[in-house]
Ligand binder design. Sequence first.
Ligand code: WQD
Length: 334
Amino acid sequence: MRVLVTGGLGFIGSHTVVELIQNGYDVIIIDNLYNSELDVKDKIKDITGIEPKVYIKDLLDKKEIENIFKENKIDEVIHFAGYKAVGESCKEPLKYYNNNLVGTINLLDIMKKYNVKKIIFSSSATVYGNPGVPKYSESLGRGKTTNPYGNTKSMIEQILEDLYKSDNIWSIGLLRYFNPIGAHESGLIGEKPVGIPNNLMPYILKVASGELEYLRVFGNDYNTHDGTGVRDYIHVVDLGKGHVKALEKLEKSGPGLYIYNFGSEKGYSVLDLVKTFEKVNNININYKIVERRPGDLDEYYADSSKAEKELGWKAEKTLEDMCRDSWNFMKKQK
Ligand code: WQD
């Protein structure tokens, strides 16, 4: 089967492409290099022995998307491409709505035109809003999201649901990720955030490498076991494997709307992650407790039992694996 992966040179995209190739898929990538680097395609080849076909194009250029569908017989799509920084989305909402929504609609229009009606969308636990319970199951349904980034995830899920209702030949997977961290064991691919990181692990890595002086811990007065925020961290390789399982589900079960949480079903606090990172890598991470970051919730983690039951997928890697693999990748960066 030939799968088009949008954003396939990015952090989650590249790890998914590796798993797809290793499971016999013929992969084509479209990526605009906004948050990725072209040499990731060489790293994918180093890992798998196969270099995927790459188009350095933007989903906002509808003609270019159509050219890809004209030149290649595409069977299905995994859609990662989109801006994802919560803070930036609050400062530049129009940039986020235009890029994430228009880009997606362009892609879906061309898929419809070429009768390609299988798509997996990279969604997020953020679509649950603040449901008031720590353990998130798919049955909670979407809640009120609190920033433009989260709004676009929720809106795209709605667009895909409406598309399915209008034409139930579509096979649509909505995969809600919790907090992806880690890196491929080879250390060849991983997360390379541009500038000052928003997310916790990339920030820890910059402190560990000496690029940043200390980690700011956003609040220690949350209603959690140690007062710092608790999240469900999932190894990006487990996530990549989950996408293969989800694609197999769409191929096997045919048309439908399939929604799954992808998490480890465990909650770890900021200080749990810091201490585990220090232990596993024998590195001290300086940190200071500072005020809460607006919009952060106390604690949430996945109920991924539906993915386990219906996809035969379960996260296997530990927090120690995530900390070790992240640092192993970071050490290899120039
Ligand atoms: C995790 C915990 C912070 C940074 C967001 C998006 C989600 C997904 C992942 C994008 C929180 C604390 C963080 C720091 C800190 N999408 N923290 N100091 O906010 O759970 O989820 O990113 O990829 O859709 O909502 O992730 O890593 O920013 O924060 O103390 O410098 O670490 O308060 O408790 P978050 P995060």
